[in-house]
Design a protein around this ligand. Structure first.
Ligand code: 3SK
Length: 516
């Protein structure tokens, strides 16, 4: 018999009582959505999807800004058995086409401006299975081959009675695409139980999140990191979330914290740096924050220290993955350390495997992780699944070292590490040194073979301002601070670094550039 375990129902029904229905769940511009408002809207959306004949396991691709409509579509889809697939809202039409084809989505929900750009591409060739379009925050005109609806018109008239689709813990609930640092994006399939696991282990277990917390995640809901931080963590723990729909700059992040007074802030290293570089930072009050969280990329110790010095706040660095759904190794509040990623989150096990496939205790190896929130497979990608999901273990592709205190120290991607003069070099370590120069905004270090096949260390540097004399300064500074085999033999000044959608530096593109 099918057990009733629908995660949307489990997340929201505990708040379906007179007291909790009145409590704030979402802050959005000047609107405050209570738990009652969210619950009713989720049920309306689920009824609307049923009316469109979207059925169990049909996919609904979502290109929706951080907003109550994102939350309602995501949970409303799961409530009715449809699989929501949130993707990056900054993608180009041709890229969106790839996701529509790859996911086999029957429906797409998207912002009006994204629809306007995508429509001409779809007129030239529509993905086979696509049938329903839901335009959020805008007007809709149907096309010969597609039913186009406006979210407001579709959802407004629906009732708030809706039975959740029966499911089990282990049935698929939603998908998240992972871009990785190379190759085509692939969908990590997630099950109904997964959000509950990460909420218990990380949100409650590490961060102690509860109904007293109001959070702001600058990372968007379409990323696994942001989906937890600003989406299901606050809703499953009875707290509230601040959703900001636009692009986030250093100034904007400070402004949102100042205005809405969250207790926890979630960001990524480049954003913390941008916030530290805001000139009139003193006009923003960050006094509501208990601590901050960083993931997506390792947090340079310089940023940790500057933040602590300026705001007397810890940034808890951690690492996770789309496949794990959230963070599995992290620093702890009250005991965070600069330059280390920390230790396993309770419920997860980690091991380091060396080049010969042996487990290493101290020393360096590739990180393997296991835990109950891992995606069981990538959709339609047998080979990639076999390569990354080894029995119960997930092979991360990240190199770590375990230090004397048992903390894991990030070294780089397995394919970013290189040997120079016969010694292993972690790009991360050299980048941390170069970042100490106050004229350096961002930096990426790679190792490439020179004309005789020996590895040459090259640094790509984005300067904060006029780069005159910066190259010489960097070379000199590096020579004074570290071993010569780690020092860049060449420093290139660039305007920006190539990055993935989640902000990870694509060092392989820089290597490729040097090798042509
Ligand atoms: O990149 C990370 O560290 C991360 C953290 C949480 C969830 C997802 C990801 C990719």
């Amino acid at each position: 018999m099918t057990e009733v375990f629908n995660v949307a129902h489990m997340a929201l029904s505990p708040w379906d009582n007179d007291v909790d229905r009145e409590r704030p769940a979402v802050y959005f511009n000047e609107e405050v959505w209570t738990y009652g408002n969210v619950l009713d809207e989720v049920k309306r959306v689920s009824n609307a999807l049923r009316e469109l004949k979207l059925e169990k396991e049909n996919r609904l691709l979502m290109l929706v800004y951080d907003s109550p409509q994102f939350v309602s579509l995501f949970f409303g889809a799961i409530w009715s058995g449809v699989i929501p697939v949130p993707i990056n809202t900054y993608l180009k039409p041709e890229e969106i086409l790839y996701y529509l084809e790859d996911s086999g989505a029957k429906g797409v929900a998207l912002e009006e401006e994204i629809w306007r750009d995508l429509e001409p591409t779809l007129r030239r060739g529509k993905p086979k299975r696509l049938r329903e379009v839901i335009v959020v925050r805008g007007r809709a005109e149907s096309q010969p081959s597609l039913d186009v609806h406006s979210y407001d018109e579709l959802v407004k008239g629906q009732g708030t009675l809706s039975e959740p689709e029966p499911a089990s813990r282990d049935e698929m609930a939603f998908w998240l695409y992972t871009s990785g640092t190379t190759g085509f994006p692939r969908a990590a399939v997630h099950l109904h139980k997964d959000m509950l696991v990460t909420t218990e282990s990380y949100a409650k277990g590490i961060l102690g999140m509860g109904r007293h917390d109001r959070v702001y995640s600058a990372s968007k809901l379409f990323f696994a990191y942001g989906l937890g931080n600003g989406g299901y963590f606050p809703l499953l723990t009875g707290g509230s979330t601040i959703l900001y729909p636009g692009k986030v700059s250093g100034e904007k992040a400070l402004e949102v914290i100042h205005k809405y007074k969250p207790s926890i802030f979630f960001g990524v290293p480049t954003l913390y740096l941008a916030m530290l570089n805001v000139k009139d930072w003193e006009k923003y009050d960050l006094g509501s924050l208990k601590f901050c969280v960083s993931a997506g990329e390792p947090l340079p110790s310089t940023i940790y220290r500057m933040w602590k010095e300026r705001y007397n706040l810890e940034i808890l660095d951690g690492i996770g993955s789309t496949e794990a759904l959230h963070i599995y190794v992290t620093n702890r509040p009250g005991n965070s350390k600069p330059g280390v990623t920390g230790q396993a989150v309770p419920g997860y096990q980690v091991k380091l495997i060396d080049e010969e496939g042996r487990e290493v205790n101290r020393g360096m190896g590739e990180l393997y992780v296991k835990g109950d929130s891992f995606s069981p497979f990538y959709w339609n990608r047998y080979k990639a699944t076999r390569e990354h999901m080894i029995g119960e273990w997930f092979r991360t592709g990240d190199m770590f070292m375990r230090n004397e205190e048992g903390d894991l120290v990030y070294l780089g991607r397995t394919d970013d590490m290189f040997k120079s003069s016969g010694m292993w070099v972690s790009p991360k370590e050299v980048e941390d040194i170069l970042l100490k120069n106050p004229r350096v905004l961002e930096v990426a270090v790679v190792g490439v073979p020179d004309e005789v096949g020996l590895t040459r260390v090259v640094a790509f540097v984005v300067p904060k301002n006029d780069p005159k004399g910066l190259v010489e300064e960097i070379v000199e500074m590096c020579r004074k601070t570290t071993h010569s085999y780690k020092c860049p033999k060449e420093v290139r000044i660039v305007n920006e670094l190539p990055k993935t959608a989640t902000g990870k530096i694509r060092r392989y593109l820089l290597r490729k550039e040097l090798m042509v």
